[in-house]
Design a protein. Sequence first.
Lengths: 224, 346
Amino acid sequence: MIIIRETMTFPEVREVLCDRCHEKEAVVSIVEIIGGKEQTLNLCRECAAKTAGSGITIMQLPGSSFMSELLASVLGLSEDDQKEDSDSSENLKKNNVICPSCNMTYDEFLKYGTFGCPECYRTFNFLLDGYLKKIQGNNVHTGKHPLYSQETTVIPDIAADDSISDDEEAAAQESGQIGITVDRDSSVDELKAALRRAVAREEYEEAARIRDMIRSCKGDSSNV
Amino acid sequence: MSKWYENAECDTDVVIGGQLCLVRNVDGYPFEAKMSRQEQTELLDRVCQAVREEESRLGIYFELRGLSDIDNCYRSSLIGRLAIPPLMLGTSGSPGLLVTPDESVSILVNGTEHICIQVSSAGRHMKEIMELASRVDEAINMHLPYAFSRKYGYLTASPLYTGTGMSASYLLHLPNLERDQLAGKYARELAQFGFTLRGHFHGNGQAPADVYRLKNRKTLGLSEEETLSALEHLTGQLSQQEKRVWSDRSDDEKKTATDQMYRAYGLLKYARDLDFEETLEYLSYVRSGYQYHVWDSGCEPDIFAMMIAVQDAVMISGQADDDNDIQSGIRRASYIRSTLPGIEEV
């Protein structure tokens, strides 16, 4: 399982140098989880492109629509940068993150500037949260809810999870909450709480397992 | 039937009219980019069915216009008549439009988003517009579940609408701010509040006919009420500024401006060949003549409706087939001569 996170979307993160060349600023943080062990690699764009051969990819932006340019500029990828990278683009696999529901890749999203389905919001959530904040100035909805239908897509609140303070974590540990393991008999609220904790601890495999359980719970309840 | 913009209230104040769009996507379907033709047809049927069932309760009756087989000119004319927001109509797919006879309420299905509900009204009545749009929104929601997340709100294909999915705007006539080159300055200041102020008509100048659209840019993080309250407030400020610039003009300046209004009226009254942009320029002067009580007319003027009608696409779609040979400039001048109301000096 590979998670690619753009470090520049988190302004609180100080400038990090590339782990490969130790010269340029790292723009991509690659978290690779192999057999439960987590490896983090902070790379500049050039080194990240070279790493692409090993199955980790950085998005190329072939489209030239206004939205794609706008998104590219939000991402900090200028046209010149794209040209510089174009030589190595053949080596890049473009499908680093794919929406399981509509098969939209992150590249496609950047190219067309639109999502493929509601599920895309959850799929690209790791990458999206910061960008929405840049485009919209905020990343949490505060307006109207549909009067006659429920929430259809549950999106874990990553930004809020990052902000869980050490005190809260310690208090949670003391009260034994963190020790609780969840299974299919757990309530949705318990699962959600467990999901938040797992993401906060960056245990993404566990988070994915809990997320699937929440999804199946929701599926069951909607079938009733 | 006359259209919503053919209303005297469009020409009595700085604010011409207001429009509000609500973008909604139906759960269970992919967004437009990943949708098949079959899914689009099914969605259109379901939305139509939902709307038909709610029509009597809403007290609004819609006509269905399929847009897939109709030529681009008709599509452009609908955009020109403000029945569809321009960015909402995609280039492919099979869109359908449910629209009231006066075109004040429209529901675009299968545009760049599944559903785009638009409500328009002359004058400054955003509260009533929002109430009506919400009623239509809820009526459709009774039959179709919307894609929604607590965190991001209404989920839309474009991240620019994510959240409330609402874009609210006022059309404003700002000739004095434009002439004093203040509009650009205000546009930059308004951007800080998350609003855009842009010329409404397309042309070489910044804002042909001095008609601007003030619109919210952000849909995430602010509630509908907060956005509309900010829009009202900023519209009020702009409107006041526009009037203040006029009232602060010296008598000599007012005389010069009045002379320009009469000249523009004369040109429109007697010209035999008018191009689009010059027509808009003169109509802007004529509208100022009414607004600042330089002259009066016995009947309701409908100047904004004339601005809409002289757009190429709108003119062509409204003409009879045997008029094809007549040049658009000549047809435009002929239309203006027959429509321009008489004036009486105040």
